[in-house]
Design a protein around this ligand. Sequence first.
Ligand code: IP8
Length: 258
Amino acid sequence: VVVGSDDVVVVKLGGSLITEKDRPETIDENALEAACDTIGAALADGAVAPDRLVLVHGGGSFGHHHASKHGVSTTAGTHDAAAAFEIHGAMARLNHAIVTRLHDRSVPAVPVHPLSTSSRPSGVDRDLDLPTASMATLLAEGFVPVIHGDGVATRGAGITVVSGDELVVEIAERFGADRVGLCSTVPGVLDDEGVIVPEITSFEAVAEYLGGSDATDVSGGMAGKVRELLALSSQAFVFGPDGLDGFLRGDEPGTRIG
Ligand code: IP8
């Protein structure tokens, strides 16, 4: 744990929420503006302190479009620098768009790019090395780090994808986060009748409901998210756009995991 506090809050804006997943590099403006409004308001009225909030975002039609075009995933890497730059460039453009909209709401957001700092030094499926000194110092100075799924240098594989979900888990562990929220298009994990499962404590109990993702997604869909969140000691919640405000204010929207 790099910050001596248990009240860091990590929020991920899912790529499927803030982009139009089937149209390459297209932002869902209404959804992104609404999420930024909610975050801006929660900070403005003190529901969350800026030195306690880390934002993460996924790839949607930015990262996933280019990653799948080049056959790059969390387990399949590339040694083609141009391909890696396309994936990273798209994610950096999305990140820029988000940070800009947060600044419009006076959120002191700053970009953090995993490709520049992180790696899998022991290869695919091994631990992600995510240096946290810069994010810890940014938080201490009152900035809101905005980090994203990206390409990362991977021993023996070139550059692979790191998903926003993996970053959420890593950041939550390293910062001893109190609460983690994944905001996506669905209001929680749904059972086979479309009803929100209020709480998940084991993967087996819900495995039958967790199908694949609805559009190009190179990093695992809901099943992967649930597995990673179950492994975490922080309180984790999966919720839709209507749950974001409540989550930031301490409520327990959607599905609680773990
Ligand atoms: O949308 C993946 O992040 P995710 C980002 O959180 C890339 O899975 C580069 C495809």
